[in-house]
Design a protein around this ligand. Structure first.
Ligand code: ZN
Ligand code: ZN
Length: 293
């Protein structure tokens, strides 16, 4: 009886402890599949790199193209359009970009946007869901994805509580299955390079925004630690997310780079979509200054 009681006390104490104090392998109930998924794609990618270290230019171009359009889905659609409302996308374009973001392993839009808004609301404080200063590099880079509390969708995404966004929760698993296995149609090397290797590359490229882009040296704890990290530009395929200090300074802007020396292909895509009539209400510096954001 005493043993049962102490086991219960231990269990409740372990549950009450915040995620960053747990052992790395423990997962929350709502994100039970994240860690096994990461283990699967990393082991498969490793096997692929050993078996097919030189994939040839066609496979490299295919993997690059999928990662690039997936990254655009995340930065243009999830981040700039949905999380910050820095532009409005045509609903069809929004759906296509969301598909490729999910395909690239960025998760469904509701949880991505809620987690991101929580990050901005609490940036660099103890409540920052992905702060490397408070909870360590590996927590910020990966662990929060399976150990953080579920984001409060109702509180942080009341504007997105619609079936057109909820539907991606259901679609996520089949889309990820297609993403992981789909390359097999083109052969074994394609299975590895278009699937797991591309997914692992895209995962870490995106996770660097939370870990590396919040490590400005000599920043007192609790103050803005965001950084523009130039060496991340090619890893982010020049899509602009590495200009993270710019972004924290003016989160409502559609453009993340400030000049031609800070490449921002995401903004280039936005301008192109705007010209084609598929994006509107693009928030630029002057307009944002006028309304005081
Ligand atoms: Zn940030
Ligand atoms: Zn943001």
């Amino acid at each position: 009886m005493a043993a049962e009681q102490s086991a219960r006390v231990f269990a409740s104490a372990a549950t009450a402890a915040p995620g960053w104090e747990w052992p790395w392998w423990r997962t929350t109930h709502h994100d039970r599949m994240v860690l096994p998924w990461f283990v699967l794609i990393h082991l498969t990618a490793l096997a692929g790199l050993i078996l097919f270290p030189l994939p040839g230019w066609r496979l490299l171009a295919g993997a690059f193209a999928l990662s690039w359009i997936g990254g655009i889905g995340t930065t243009v659609c999830y981040h700039r359009a949905l999380a910050h409302r820095a532009l409005k996308l045509n609903p069809w374009i929004e759906a296509v970009l969301t598909f490729f973001a999910v395909f690239n392993g960025s998760g469904q839009p509701l949880t991505w946007v809620a987690s991101h808004r929580i990050h901005h609301a609490n940036a660099d404080t103890a409540d920052d869901v992905s702060s490397p200063a408070w909870h360590g590099f590996w927590w910020a880079h990966l662990r929060w994805l399976w150990q953080a509390e579920a984001p409060a969708i109702g509180k942080f995404c009341p504007d997105m509580e619609r079936s057109s966004y909820r539907v991606w929760q259901m679609l996520q698993m089949p889309i990820l299955a297609l993403s992981f296995f789909g390359g097999a149609y083109f052969g074994l090397a394609a299975f590895f390079w278009l699937g797991a290797i591309r997914l692992v590359f895209s995962l870490h490229a995106q996770c660097f925004v939370n870990s590396v882009c919040h490590t400005e040296p000599n920043t007192p704890i609790g103050e803005d630690s965001s950084r523009n990290v130039r060496w991340l530009a090619p890893i982010h395929l020049f899509q602009g997310e590495n200009w993270h200090r710019n972004h924290h300074a003016r989160p409502a802007l559609a453009r993340l780079g400030r000049n031609w020396r800070q490449p921002d292909a995401g903004y280039g895509v936005i301008c192109l979509l705007e010209k084609l009539g598929m994006a509107s209400e693009v928030r630029r510096a002057r307009a944002v200054a006028e309304i005081g954001v």
